[in-house]
Design a protein around this ligand. Structure first.
Ligand SMILES: Cc1cc2nc3c(=O)[nH]c(=O)nc-3n(C[C@H](O)[C@H](O)[C@H](O)COP(=O)(O)OP(=O)(O)OC[C@H]3O[C@@H](n4cnc5c(N)ncnc54)[C@H](O)[C@@H]3O)c2cc1C
Length: 393
């Protein structure tokens, strides 16, 4: 044990002594996971995030997975506020109390994950409003050009720039984000706004309802905006997977100001008519209590479901990570866990290899491809089952 600890310290100091630098493009979940894991092994890390201000309005519920909690615990980050339930409830769209299944589960929110990770990264390492506009390499150095023209150099550059990754499009121009044929409408309701008579029904359960024309909606409690988890201060989070034909997609992605979005409609931007249509559809298609949740949510938002699979993530000293590499279906509840796993794998490989950086990067890529492919296939299988059910309806 003593030997292992001292070896670890020596290796940790190797990256610090050598002044090993890592630039990260993208300061969301994947960028931050990598930052905390790489700082722990002694690397000097700089994150460049395009968004200038707060990113807190982005997400909703996240199912807690062990990869994330392990990464947080091992790198001194957290605590992560969580809610929990003791099992699932499967509802029929016609009504009734459904079927109960035991099996505890924990939930958190995108904001809580982001806040826990961000708090573990010193401000001087995080550059908001710094879009990366180009990435070039010379020998073992990577040069990233920022939107203000500054060029920053590092020994390793991680592209954590999400599902529409510009780096991926440059490195792998044949890989396209393929629309899966459906979108996720999402919403969160402050607990105080949840119809009172439904509180105990949804409490302590991860609730699912099939929809009459196929697909399903799910709901679970998550921490409040400030991370509060006490009853009364949480939020009820729902996600409804809805089929939208490719020809109708452009209309669905147009916001209330007529602006066409690439892949999502942010909270508060959906046209009133789209929200009204969704609510009307809910009253016809899903369990009445779920429909009541949808109707009570003032500002539902929407994300298209896309598939991205890569056969390579490493290009010299540039590595794709998080959704910039694979985009897996949300049914896996695994996107955040994948980002955490990749960060731990990279830090572990670098830590073991010391000066053999390129060997470490190849090992990290292998682990990423293996984990990413398996999760991608699992997500496809879950999604295809969903679509089959829809066709059979
Ligand atoms: C409907 C739905 C439900 C989901 N539910 C879950 C769940 O329950 N559990 C789960 O684990 N995951 C879930 N996910 C997936 C999860 O949100 C992502 O996999 C995870 O957040 C990893 O994101 P990321 O950091 O790789 O990318 P993103 O969160 O997309 O971040 C990319 C970042 O890069 C920045 N950026 C982009 N371009 C540049 C540039 N040129 N320069 C600088 N910065 C740039 C962006 O501003 C952004 O901050 C869900 C996804 C969807 C669509």
């Amino acid at each position: 044990m003593i030997l292992r600890d001292s070896t670890l310290e020596e290796r940790m100091s190797w990256h610090a002594e050598q002044g090993f630098t890592v630039g990260i493009g993208g300061g969301s979940i994947a960028g931050l996971c990598n930052a905390i894991a790489l700082r722990k092994i002694g690397a000097t890390v700089r994150i460049y995030e395009r968004v200038p201000g707060s990113m807190l309005a982005r997400g909703a519920g996240i199912v807690v997975q062990s990869e994330l909690t392990r990464l947080l615990a091992e790198n001194g980050a957290g605590p992560l506020p969580r809610t929990s339930c003791r099992g699932r409830r499967y509802l029929d769209y016609d009504g009734g109390d459904g079927v109960l299944e035991e099996g505890p589960q924990e939930f958190t929110s995108w904001e809580a994950v982001h806040a826990a990770l961000r708090a573990a990264v010193p401000d001087e390492c995080y550059h908001a409003g710094s879009e990366v506009t180009a990435v070039t390499q010379k020998a073992s150095k990577v040069m990233a050009t920022l939107v203000d023209g500054t060029v920053v150099e590092s020994d390793l550059f991680l592209s954590a720039d999400g599902s529409g990754s510009a780096t991926r499009q440059t490195m792998l121009p044949d890989v396209v984000a393929r629309y899966a044929g459906y979108v996720a409408w999402r919403g969160t309701l402050d607990e105080s706004d949840v119809p009172r008579e439904f509180l105990s029904f949804f409490d302590d359960r991860f609730t699912f309802s099939g929809a009459r024309s196929g697909g399903h909606i799910l709901a679970y409690f998550i921490p409040g905006r400030d991370g509060a988890v006490a009853a009364g201060s949480r939020r009820l989070n729902w996600v409804w997977y809805v089929h939208v034909s490719p020809t109708d997609l452009a209309g669905v992605l147009t916001d209330k100001n007529g602006l066409r979005h690439r892949s999502s409609i942010p909270r508060g931007a959906a046209p009133e008519s789209a929200v009204a249509t969704l609510q009307a559809r809910a009253s016809r298609e899903i369990h009445p209590k779920m429909a009541a949740l949808v109707s009570a949510t003032p500002d539902p938002f929407l994300q298209t479901i896309v598939d991205v699979r890569v056969s390579k993530t490493l290009f010299g000293r540039v590595l794709l990570t998080g959704d910039a590499a694979f985009v897996v279906r949300p049914h896996t509840a695994g996107g955040t866990a994948k980002a955490a796993y990749e960060a731990a794998a990279l830090a572990g490989a670098l830590n073991s290899a010391g000066a053999n950086i390129d060997v470490a990067l190849s090992s990290a890529e292998r682990q990423q491809l293996e984990y990413g492919s398996a999760l991608y296939e699992y997500g496809l299988a879950l999604g295809n089952r969903w679509l089959r059910e829809r066709r059979a309806d």
